[in-house]
Design a protein around this ligand. Structure first.
Ligand code: BEZ
Ligand code: FE
Length: 308
């Protein structure tokens, strides 16, 4: 029995059918062929996102025209990236970081009023539950590194101090390693601390001068950077998360503007407003006044919080 009889439909001249209407796949109609198929998606936002991603991906394929081997390499790259992920390591976030996507997602979600502090990447080395300390405490537990005093104010956009802001700070040591990368070498919670501001909004604590360091580059992301002729380094920085009731949480860094990698951060985290001056203080009076026994680095920076 012919198809005509079994389906009850009249056979159509498929050659004359517009592929766009039929849903058949051609090079010219590939985007519509796929996006039309998603028209009954249960979630409009997912459908919208998949329509955009499908369109951009098909456009990329049409422009690049990858060979089958090249496409397989791309699939293998993503497969290996997934295999590298576990509770401790997230190679996909690192990939998003080096492609500038992490910073872009953050930017579209935190369009703050002018004058408010800007965000930077969170990075993989934040630890919850680090100790809360008195203002002035030294977050460096092992005494390694050049001493540094960090101080400033937490303000609102009108310049008023914020009482009860919580400052979570963490940094790498003078060799460019976080405590969690050197368990058994650095003390637990080395170079981490939490501070709460009083009515004057002021904060101050001691640490050590940070240094540039490479992002984890022994995986697929490191190989990609290498193929692209890019280095894996991040310029010297201190990480902060600043929270206060009624204000948008700031997840950010302050950077040393004299760092050799300041204009080529592997993860695009540097913003002009996040450059802080690291001043070397050798004046014996200031050294004594601040309670240091040797020259130290002085870093002053005010954070400005936007209301939610
Ligand atoms: C960090 O600064 O800790 C970091 C940020 C992004 C990727 C890797 C490390
Ligand atoms: Fe860092």
């Amino acid at each position: 029995m012919s198809n005509e009889h079994s389906t009850g439909r009249k056979p159509q001249d498929t050659d004359s059918l517009d592929a766009r209407d039929s849903g058949y796949f051609t090079e010219e109609s590939s985007i519509e062929a796929v996006t039309q198929r998603n028209k009954n998606a249960k979630d409009d936002r997912v459908r919208f996102a998949m329509d955009v991603i499908t369109r951009k991906l098909h456009e990329a394929v049409l422009e690049i025209e990858p060979t089958p081997d090249e496409w397989l390499s791309a699939i293998q790259f993503l497969t290996q990236t997934g295999h590298l992920c576990d509770d401790w390591r997230q190679e996909f976030i690192l990939l998003s970081d080096v492609l500038g996507v992490t910073m872009l997602v953050d930017a579209v979600n935190h369009r703050r009023p002018s004058g408010a502090s800007e965000n930077s990447v969170l990075g993989p080395f934040h630890v919850k539950g680090s100790p809360t300390m008195e203002m002035g405490a030294n977050i460096c537990q092992d005494g390694k590194g050049e001493p540094m005093l960090v101080h400033g104010r937490i303000l609102d956009t009108r310049g008023q101090p914020i009482h009860g802001a919580r400052i979570d700070v963490w940094q790498a040591n003078e060799d460019g390693f976080y405590d969690v990368q050197q368990k058994g070498i650095q003390p637990e919670f080395n170079l981490r601390g939490n501070f709460n501001t009083a009515a004057d909004g002021r904060f101050w604590f001691r640490g050590v001068k940070p240094k540039f360091y490479p992002i984890p580059d022994d995986g697929t992301v490191g190989s990609l950077l290498n193929v692209l002729g890019r280095h894996p380094y991040r310029p010297a920085h201190l990480h902060f998360i600043i929270e206060a009731e009624g204000f948008s949480t700031i997840t950010t860094h302050i950077f040393d503007p004299h760092d050799p990698y300041i204009n080529s951060d592997a993860v695009f985290g540097v913003k002009k407003t996040l450059l802080a001056e690291f001043k070397r203080i050798a004046d014996p009076v200031r050294i004594k006044d601040e309670g240091f026994g040797e020259p130290f680095w002085d870093v002053e920076y005010d954070f400005v919080m936007a209301v939610i």
